[in-house]
Write a protein that binds this ligand. Structure first.
Ligand code: MLC
Ligand code: AMP
Length: 498
């Protein structure tokens, strides 16, 4: 198996002077220079005591050196743990306690933590991580089943789970995407995604490194800057919010997109109306694909052939997808709605130190239960029609209601709460908390937000809090979230009925 590290090494040898990263301020790094940064960091990590199987956690700003850190970790057999820069100290304490990394790389302000070696890395490649003149030689001989990364995804029980992703998962998914999307060394990708999730890291970066392509590496999404870069780029990958925001600019024209060959959308549903509007404005049919942290990419609309709006296309090469009856796992006929299950070399090995949770999400025949609901049409295209899991996806970021409900319910003034997702014009969906006060207690939304804010990354915080006398329940006593979602559906899109 050709690991991502090996594929990158081949490109370094083949085209050392090719630019890999180009940053908005003009800084550039070639494949050769990136390789040197990788080897420098690898030497530093080894000196810090990282051995094969050890975790290296990173909560750092987006930079070429942050990618070099990822590659360096894999190169020495370490396990990379990317963490959202928005996480609070409370959230970080959990991840570090659970994953027990040998090294934590954080921003230049880095602070001491017990039992972890702390290194720093700033957005300009500054910090202790880059100190030291040694360059590491050799590459750890990773097997396909060896862990390469642990990526945390929040859980429906409120506790985040670390998905253990192997070298084989990364390599096979990269190869399947390269083939499906016709990626080559001639590509120039506009990279505006965060690098702590599978979309920005494993899809966008791995594909670039493995094919010898170049990236415009932007610190964050910026519609006008992306439109400036489009005329010399070939590929853009984004979440649906990227496309709805790009459509707001008059500068998005067919001329601006004349060198582009591919616009990819994923991580959340792309409204068919945005697909149509984008095609009308640019002449490009956005290619929508479907993936998950646990599985990498699963399906894609075709490169050649019809891209059907509202569908996520067909399984990638080597990946099996089925839609089954939720209760018994029995395969359903085309057109019927059921649970989406996946099997293939892309599927992770399990959740870090959670064997029961892992077992509960796999069928005996090896299929992974995604928690998404879908249907397959007569041409084999999958549509995602809903979720079997209580999850909100805001701007492509997952938020699990249970985690927020637990924090809200810890307030001495709160009797109970229900957190839901409602339609939002920019983020697709956003978080709303519906809360019942304890009898005799006065509850103000702003105080409640203040109560939870310190423990919760900003993107997970409710954008509206509604205090109500009681929550709707069914005969079994279960809170009817569907009823709440209906009630508050127009909160951000007009027509608030509540
Ligand atoms: C930022 N904020 C968000 C948010 N992103 N709030 C809710 N949801 C989000 N996604 C907060 C900011 O902290 C800020 O708070 C306020 O919202 C406005 O921020 P902004 O400047 O408008 O946001 P911006 O920085 O432009 O970010 C929006 C975004 C970004 C959509 C561009 O969130 C993004 O890049 N999302 C992509 C996430 C991603 O990569 N997902 C892939 C997961 S992998 P305040 O209070 O300061 O105003 C996966 C598998 C797969 O799902 O299939 O790919
Ligand atoms: P994550 O756990 O962050 O990897 O998010 C994975 C989830 O994102 C999936 O289980 C889906 O619910 C959702 N998702 C990813 N891509 C799409 C898509 N193209 N359309 C709809 N939902 C998607």
């Amino acid at each position: 198996m050709r690991t991502i590290v090996r594929s990158f090494a081949e490109q370094v040898e083949r085209r050392p002077d090719r630019v890999l990263f180009e940053l908005p301020e003009g800084r550039r790094l070639t494949y050769g220079e990136t390789d040197e940064a990788v080897r420098r960091i690898a030497a530093r990590l080894v000196a810090d005591g990282v051995r094969p199987g050890d975790r290296v956690a990173a909560q750092v700003e987006k930079s070429p050196e942050a990618i070099a850190l990822y590659l360096a970790t894999l190169r020495i057999g370490g396990v990379f743990l990317p963490l959202n820069t928005a996480y609070t100290d409370t959230e970080m304490d959990y991840f570090i306690g659970d994953a027990e990394p040998r090294v934590l790389v954080c921003g230049p302000e880095g602070r001491h933590r017990d039992s972890v070696v702390v290194e720093t890395l700033g957005r300009n490649g500054d910090g202790t991580l880059m100190e030291g003149g040694e360059l590491h030689d050799g590459v750890h001989d990773a097997a396909a089943g060896d862990p390469a990364a642990i990526v945390y995804t929040s859980g429906t029980t409120g506790r985040s789970k670390g998905a253990v992703i192997t070298h084989g998962n990364l390599a096979s998914n990269c190869e399947a995407l390269r083939e499906s999307w016709r990626c080559t060394g001639a590509d120039r990708l506009i990279h505006a995604l965060p690098i702590f999730h599978v979309h920005g890291l494993f899809v966008a970066v791995n594909l670039t490194l493995a094919t010898g392509a170049s990236m415009d590496f932007l610190p964050a999404f910026d519609a006008e800057r992306i439109i400036d870069l489009l005329p010399r780029a070939t590929v853009l990958m984004g979440v649906p919010t990227f496309y709805s925001r790009l459509l707001k600019s008059d500068r998005l024209t067919p001329e601006a997109c004349s060198s582009m060959r591919l616009f990819v959308s994923g991580s959340a549903p792309l409204p068919a109306s945005d697909h149509a509007a984008f095609a009308a404005r640019t002449g490009h049919a956005i290619l929508e694909r479907y993936g998950m942290t646990e599985t990498g990419m699963i399906t894609t609309n075709p490169y050649d052939g019809p891209r059907k709006p509202g569908t996520v296309g067909r399984p990638l090469p080597g990946v099996e997808v089925r839609v089954v009856d939720r209760e018994h796992g029995k395969a359903l006929d085309d057109g019927e709605i059921g649970a989406i299950e996946v099997r293939g070399p892309n599927v992770f090995t399990g959740y870090w130190r959670m064997p029961e949770k892992t077992a509960a999400e796999f069928r005996d025949d090896g299929f992974f239960i995604t928690g998404d609901l879908g249907r397959i049409d007569e041409d084999g295209y999958l549509s995602i029609v809903g979720r079997d899991k209580d999850l909100v996806i805001s701007g492509g970021l997952n938020v699990y209601p249970k985690e927020i409900e637990d924090l809200i319910d810890a307030s001495p003034d709160v009797l109970e709460s229900a957190v839901i997702g409602v339609p939002h014009p920019d983020f697709g969906e956003t978080v709303v908390a519906v809360v019942v006060a304890k009898p005799g207690r006065e509850l103000r939304p702003e105080d409640l937000l203040g109560f939870i804010a310190g423990d919760l990354a900003r993107f997970k915080q409710p954008r509206a809090i509604r205090i109500v006398p009681s929550l709707p329940r069914n005969v079994m006593g279960k809170v009817q979230k569907a009823e709440l979602r209906r009630r508050y559906a127009g909160l951000f899109t007009g027509g608030d009925r509540a």
